[in-house]
Structures are given as C-alpha cells and as structure tokens.
Design a binder for this molecule. Structure first.
Ligand SMILES: [Zn+2]
Ligand SMILES: [Zn+2]
Length: 377
C-alpha cells in the first residue's frame, strides 16, 4: 500500500524550469520531446528534456523519463577535463553501453505500456529510443525497427489505422532492403501486421501472418518459448472473430501451457534460492526473474483468457485450475510472497474441487510450502 502511494506520487512528479525560446541565440530552437513543437519548459532534473506544455511533460515523465532522467545527465554532460587516451576510450565505451542500456530500457517500458493497454504512454519511450538511435548510429537502419514497431503498435491501439499502416510499410521496406532475417523483431513485425489485418477485418490474411510469426519465433526461440505465446494468443482472437470457438479455446490452452511451463522453471530456480534446507543455495541475484514487460504480458493473457473461460462456462475445468496455478506462480516469481502464499492456498483448495488435477495440486502445495518457508523463516 505504502509502495503504491510512493509510486503514485513519483508518477506525477517531475518538475520543470521555464524556457524562453525568444531568449535563445538566433537560429537555435528547442523543441518538445513529445510533439516537436517549440518548447517552453525543461525538466528540472536533467535540464535536457524540453516540452511545449505540462501535459507533454507529464506524459513523458510517466511514459519513460522518470526511469532515465539521471542517466541523461551523464550522457549529455560527460566529464570534460582532459584525460589520457586510455581513459578516453574507457569513457567512450561506457557512454556507448549506457546508450544501449537506455534503448533496452525504453523498449522494455514501451512493451509494458503496450501489454497494459496504455497506448499513449508508448509514445515517449519510442521517441526517446529514436533519439538514442540517432546518437548511436547516425543513419536509419535495421537497429531502429523495434522503436518503429512500437510506434506502429501505439497507433493501432489508438485507432489510427492508416498511420500504423504507413509505419508498417516503412518497416517492411527496411526489412526487404536490408534483407534482415533472424533478428529479434522479425516475428514481431508479422504479429503487428496481423493486428492491422484484424482491424481491417482481413481475417484470413491475419491467420497467415500469425502462422509466420509463430514459425519464426519457434525457429529462433523454440516452440515452447514465451516469445511464441503472443502469436497463439492473437490467432485465438482471429478464430473467435471467425466464429470458431473450439479453435479459440484450444489456442488459449496452448498459451496457458507455454506460460505455465515458463513460470514453473522460474519457480523451480527461485525455490532453490535462500531456502534454509538446501546446502548450496543459488544467490538471489543469479536468479533470472521475469522482466516488467513479460510480467505485463502474462497478466494480460491471464486476465483475458480467464475472463473468456468464465463467460463460456469453462470456469471449473482443468485449464481454469492451471490458470489459477499460473497466477500464483506469477506472484511468487515477482517476490510478492504474502500474496503468492494466499493465492497458492486458494489455488490448492480450488484444484481439490476439479477432477484430474492431482499433479497440479502437488505442485500448488509445494508452492504453498515454499512461500511459508520464505515468509516465515
Ligand atoms: Zn509537446
Ligand atoms: Zn529530466
């Protein structure tokens, strides 16, 4: 609760200093980081980000700026005193790595906003990403694709279909021109294209694009990797629109299988950390946790699939039990141990009321026990 409160105040903070465009040297213009219009205020923290109004400052702050305000100071004002060549090289390397880290951070929060359905909040991280690409790579290239893809998703979410289509054709042109294959976002391009086809009610085309998405993701990450789950989820939605509810249902089950598998492996790793009765515990920092975008993705799938199963009378089936177990594991992986404990106990009770859930029940009871140990020892 206290944490929520802190989150809330920090999310609306971010003070500014006034900027007088007319006082700039002739020909020097400063533009808003969000919309590109002349800026009238700067972020007080870094004095780098500039805005045309309070609303854009707030959007940027909540969207991304609060995560990188301090890092920008370092990036734009590296130490200027004269240093030896070796130190100079080390500094350049460190600045380069900071830029890469910030790009990854922008993409992570952009995807988190996407899965949380906050489409407008995607704009700041995507634009910040483009500014960082510009500093790193000079010319536009394939490295820029993830940010353009985010912008296309954002526009689709905001209902600006034609603008999204423009971005997607730009991305396609980039891909064909550079003959890029095997990069992380290849399958994501297909997925975003499928979403556009869905909006345009070209369902059969959407199915083709999603089949390609799943194929490319499986080839790169393996068939059971969470990277493939989005393809199945969207495919389920297309079949729903085509009135094929039984196919929708089986694809949703596939999504839950994939996430159950993934969360179980994270749970197994975490159970080994700092458990008193294990001789050589893995240190907490070696444990590969779920990132914020993955976590938002999981929540989105669990809520929409769970809601659909409730409404179609599947609320008492084996898969509803599996979904409940997934939710408990998700809390455990996020180290929300008290919530995980309550949830796992409830899941175990629920599983007892459903036939054929013995194996799941054993795992849920293990989770209850592990939560107890971590919370009370
Ligand atoms: Zn603006
Ligand atoms: Zn700032």
């Amino acid at each position: 609760m206290a944490e929520n409160k802190a989150e809330k105040t920090s999310s609306t903070r971010g003070s500014t200093v006034k900027l007088y465009p007319l006082a700039n040297p002739k020909g020097t213009y400063i533009y808003c980081d969000v919309c590109g219009l002349p800026a009238w205020m700067r972020c007080k923290g870094c004095k780098i980000a500039a805005y045309c109004n309070r609303e854009h400052q707030q959007l940027d702050w909540v969207g991304i700026h609060r995560y990188l305000c301090k890092s920008l100071i370092y990036l734009y004002n590296p130490p200027t005193r004269s240093i030896r060549k070796l130190q100079q090289q080390a500094l350049e390397r460190s600045i380069f790595n900071t830029k890469l880290d910030l790009i990854n951070m922008c993409l992570l929060h952009g995807h988190r906003h996407l899965f949380e359905g906050n489409y407008k909040l995607i704009i700041p991280p995507a634009l910040q990403c483009l500014r960082l690409y510009k500093m790193l790579y000079k010319a536009e290239g394939v490295e820029w694709l993830p940010a353009y893809l985010l912008l296309a998703e954002c526009l689709l979410g905001l209902g600006k279909t034609n603008e999204a289509a423009n971005y997607l054709s730009l991305i396609n042109w980039f891909e064909t021109k550079n003959k890029v294959t095997g990069i992380k976002c290849n399958h994501m391009v297909k997925r975003t294209m499928a979403k556009l086809s869905m909006v345009r009610e070209n369902y059969l085309q959407a199915l083709d694009e999603l089949a390609e998405d799943i194929y490319l993701a499986s080839e790169k990450y393996g068939t059971l990797d969470i990277q493939t789950s989005g393809g199945y989820f969207n495919m389920a939605n297309v079949y729903f629109f085509l009135g094929r509810e039984e196919v929708t249902n089986s694809l949703y089950k596939k999504v839950i299988d994939i996430w159950c598998n993934h969360l179980q492996s994270l749970v197994n790793q975490k159970m080994k950390t700092s458990t008193p009765d294990i001789a050589l515990p893995i240190k907490e920092e070696e444990y590969e946790a779920l990132n914020e975008a993955d976590s938002a993705e999981a929540t989105m799938y669990f809520e929409s699939i769970g809601g659909w199963w409730e409404s179609t009378g599947e609320g008492q089936s084996y898969y509803s039990g599996k979904l409940a177990y997934c939710k408990s594991m998700h809390l455990f992986v996020l180290s929300k141990l008290r919530e995980a404990y309550a949830s796992a106990k409830k899941t175990a009770m629920f599983l007892k009321s459903i036939p054929d859930c013995e194996a799941l029940l054993v795992r849920a009871e293990d989770l209850v026990e592990s939560c107890e140990k971590k919370v009370y020892f």
